[in-house]
Design a protein around this ligand. Sequence first.
Ligand SMILES: [Zn+2]
Length: 77
Amino acid sequence: MKDIHPNYHEVKVECACGEHFTTRSTYKSDVMKIDICNKCHPFFTGNQKIVDAAGRVEKFNKKYNIQAGNKSGAAAA
Ligand SMILES: [Zn+2]
């Protein structure tokens, strides 16, 4: 049998979150470092990673003196 197959072997996958598991891959190394896995990906955890700093809407509203539920704030003064 010709040796046409790539090096398909067991690979240890290590995630930045600490999760690790083994899989079989043709990956060149025995250990694969990943940044995100099914344990820490927001899609699976349900936790949204908020990129923008919190409070931006509040700052905007405060800057323009917009009160929640009072859209005609300027006229009411
Ligand atoms: Zn992870």
